[in-house]
Structure formats: structure tokens, C-alpha cells
Design a protein around this ligand. Structure first.
Ligand code: ZN
Length: 446
């Protein structure tokens, strides 16, 4: 599985600005990477005969962005079905997903990983079937990936029953051990689509293997009502009644309709929480998760794009802007959340809690994104305005270089590990082959 090439020494010189893992800002200085480790940061320094020398005079260097929740194969459904109410949308999406076999998932995941590289994302948490292909492409691409193998209740599984899904999850855990870039996860779909017995089984599997545990929760009011009807408690409280929150590597995704009591529970257990503001608005969940309160209670809040069918891009820079605006709009108060809070969710919170030896600090495994700020929409610039520009003005298109685990993945906007043209052609051809078949059987009219 491990296909990374020989290590390379890299100097990033004259970087206009550097923001490290602790948000310390350096001006006009350099970074040296030897093997895959940062050996110098923040000094004017030189490196004899580096393999890569990047002149970063007009660039800002940050710890590589993190997409804490997505469904990579769903790039093929980008723009397939918009402007529908949630259950109409889901029904169209599910019908199309019936055609997503292993090969289709591979083509979709490849497109997603290419898109994330171009948008400066160095780690993503995936949540889908066929994680073996996601693992293969991530390692080939050189990106870090959390491989979330989906678990669904028996009545939602098309073939093989959910025993098959647990077998796949176990295989994914083994696979994640074959590369330093991969991290395992179990991804039970939600408390309303997975029965208690399988949720408990997922938790035990995660604990036994030190894997992440990721679950969609309280996306809609209906999710909460169903949980209260069935179990007499809202979803997070119910999950807590059999130990979900005691596990420190649990991520709760969406959490649009969580209660104050659930916020306190998440804080007490220092759980992970993934905020997906674009998807929440596009699918009209009708609420906004209580992010300021989650932060105040010490919850690890991170940002996710969700799948490309409900976003429709995999761009954490754009996500940061929506993340901030949605809270300000909802609370009638822009002081409820700061640009620093938002940047942390997109770049450093995950590292601090789960992967502290990566990112941008001395002796860390080098994970960084370079952003070209020599653009009209990012001027004027100074130390005070950098975070504001990142959150409100920049987009993924401004990212030029990506280095992960000391390896250059994109230099001067050119991906080095994946064939950009071929991946777009494959996605187009695969979709065209599927489209007639899906449309004739689902009778969708876009
Ligand atoms: Zn999702």
C-alpha cells in the first residue's frame, strides 16, 4: 500500500507570512523541511542543495486545511439534484447511489481528492462505502485520510446485509494500518438509521481498534422527534446512555437541533463536533448549531463540507466564510464568533486534539498550505488582517502549494501526485455512462 517516494528536503524562503499551529505569526522568514520533519521555522535561513526551493515572497503559509466531514464518491452527484425539499432530494440521491459500485466510488473519490488538493486541504474525514478505494487513492495522492466505513441498519442495506458492512469496516481498520497517512474510523450513519445493537457494536469496534467513531446527529427536527418517540431522549442524550460520549474519538456531525443539556454533555466529555454550514443551508435544516456555546464548553469544533451533492464544492476556505456568517446572522450579533475561532476549526483544532505532531511547528511532520495573497481581493494586507482575509476574502482557488508529511503534493497550483486531466475525463465518462441508465429509471428532470 505504501507508495510514497524518497523523502525530499525543502526550503520555503522569504515567506510573506507564516501562521503556525499556535497561531503565532512570523513575517518574511523561512521554513526548512528535512525528510518529513520541520527543522526550522520563522528564521531567515538557508539549506544547501534542497530538492525543492519555494520562493514564498507573496505567500502566506498555514497548517494544511482539514475537511472533517465529507462523502468523497458523491462528487459524481454534484449538481445532479438541487432545489428540492430534503426528503425529495434524499430520495433522488439514494436512487442514484444504488448505481455506485466500487468502480464508480473510485472515480468519484479520485475527483474529490484532486479537488481537495487544489483547495489546500491536507486531511479529510470520509464517510462512505468502499473505503478501500479511498485508501488507495489517498496514499497515491499523499493526503492524510480518516477512512470512515459506513454502517447502516439492516432495512437500508441493499446487498449482503449489514454483517457485510461490519466486515468491510474491519477490513478498513486493517488497511489503515498499512500507511502513516491513514487513520481508521467506523461511521454508523445516524441514531435513526442504525439500531442500538449496531451502534453499540460500532462503538466497541472503534474502542478496540483506537479508531474514530463518526455519526450524523440531530440534522433535522424530525431526527430529534423520532429519537424522543422511540427512546424518550434526544439523540445525543440517548447515545450517551450507552457510552458513546465516553469515547474521546467520537465526532458528532451536524448537530443542528441539539439541546443546551447536550451541549454541556459534549463539553464534559471533550467530544468532537463537525459544523457543516453550507450543507445545513442548502438542505434547509432550519436551524443553526450552537457553536459559540459548544466552544465555550470546550468541545472540539471542526469544519466539514459534507458531501459534494449538498455543498457543492470541497473548499474549506469558502466554508469558513459561511461558518462565520451563519452564526452572526442567526444571533443578530457578529461578536458571537471570531475569525480566530473559525480559522482554528478549519486548520488546527483537529491537530491539537488528535494529531499534535503534524502541521506547522518545529519538529512536526510537515503539513502546510501556501496561499498566494498577491491578489486584489486580498489587499491591503498586514498581520492584523490576515485571519480576516482567510475567513472572508480568500477561496480555495488562492491556494498554490500543498506539502503533506514533508512531501510536495501541489507546487505552483500543479498537482504532482495525481493526473488532473485524466481524473476529470474519467469522471465525465463514468457519469455519462451512468446518466442515461439512472435517468430512465428514476425519471428525474433537472
Ligand atoms: Zn454527511
Amino acid at each position: 500500500m505504501e507508495v510514497r517516494g524518497p523523502m525530499s528536503d525543502i526550503i520555503i524562503k522569504n515567506a510573506g507570512y507564516i501562521i503556525d499551529n499556535s497561531l503565532k505569526i512570523y513575517k518574511n522568514s523561512s521554513i526548512i523541511i528535512e525528510d518529513n520533519i520541520i527543522t526550522e521555522i520563522g528564521k531567515k535561513t538557508t539549506l544547501p542543495a534542497p530538492e525543492y526551493e519555494i520562493d514564498a515572497k507573496w505567500k502566506l503559509v498555514v497548517p494544511a486545511f482539514i475537511n472533517a466531514h465529507t462523502h468523497t464518491p458523491m462528487t459524481l452527484l454534484r449538481g445532479y439534484c438541487d432545489d428540492r425539499r430534503l426528503w425529495d432530494w434524499l430520495s433522488e440521491i439514494w436512487k442514484a447511489e444504488n448505481y455506485f459500485d466500487r468502480t464508480v466510488c473510485k472515480i468519484g473519490a479520485e475527483l474529490a481528492i484532486l479537488e481537495m488538493i487544489k483547495n489546500g486541504i491536507g486531511l479529510f474525514a470520509d464517510f462512505y462505502f468502499h473505503q478501500d478505494v479511498v485508501a488507495e487513492i489517498s496514499v497515491k495522492a499523499g493526503l492524510r485520510a480518516i477512512l470512515g466505513s459506513t454502517i447502516l441498519g439492516e432495512e437500508f442495506v441493499q446487498q449482503g446485509g449489514n454483517e457485510f458492512l461490519f466486515e468491510q469496516a474491519k477490513k478498513t481498520i486493517q488497511l489503515a494500518r498499512t500507511s502513516e497517512l491513514l487513520l481508521p474510523a467506523i461511521a454508523p450513519h445516524s441514531p435513526v438509521t442504525v439500531p442500538q445493537e449496531d451502534l453499540q457494536k460500532s462503538l466497541e469496534l472503534a474502542q478496540k481498534n483506537n479508531a474514530f467513531l463518526m455519526i450524523h446527529v440531530s440534522e433535522t427536527r424530525d431526527d430529534v422527534l423520532k429519537s424522543e418517540d422511540r427512546y424518550g431522549k434526544p439523540p445525543i442524550e440517548w447515545l450517551n446512555s450507552f457510552g458513546f460520549l465516553n469515547y474521546h474519538k467520537t465526532f458528532f456531525v451536524h448537530g443542528v437541533w441539539i439541546t443546551d443539556r447536550e451541549v454541556r454533555l459534549l463539553g464534559e466529555h471533550r467530544n468532537g463536533f463537525v459544523y457543516c454550514p453550507v450543507s445545513a443551508q442548502k438542505l434547509a435544516y432550519g436551524g443553526v448549531p450552537p457553536i459559540p456555546e459548544l466552544l465555550k464548553n470546550g468541545v472540539n469544533v471542526m469544519l466539514g463540507t459534507d458531501g459534494p451533492a449538498s455543498n457543492n464544492v470541497l473548499d474549506i476556505l469558502q466554508e469558513m466564510k459561511f461558518a462565520s456568517l451563519l452564526i452572526s446572522f442567526d444571533r443578530w450579533d457578529p461578536s458571537m464568533i471570531t475569525v480566530k475561532d473559525i480559522f482554528q476549526m478549519a486548520s488546527v483544532t483537529f491537530r491539537k486534539s488528535y494529531l499534535p505532531n503534524t502541521g506547522l511547528q518545529q519538529y512536526a511532520f510537515a503539513d502546510m498550505t501556501l496561499i498566494n495573497f498577491r491578489k486584489p481581493h486580498l489587499y491591503p494586507i498586514n498581520e492584523h488582517r490576515i485571519l480576516s482575509h482567510l475567513v472572508f476574502s480568500a477561496t480555495g482557488h488562492d491556494c498554490t502549494d500543498l506539502i503533506i508529511n514533508g512531501k510536495p503534493i501541489m507546487i505552483a497550483k500543479k498537482p504532482l501526485t495525481l493526473n488532473e486531466e485524466k481524473i476529470m475525463d474519467n469522471a465525465q465518462n463514468t457519469w455519462m455512462q451512468l446518466e442515461d441508465q439512472i435517468k430512465s429509471e428514476t425519471q428525474i428532470s433537472n
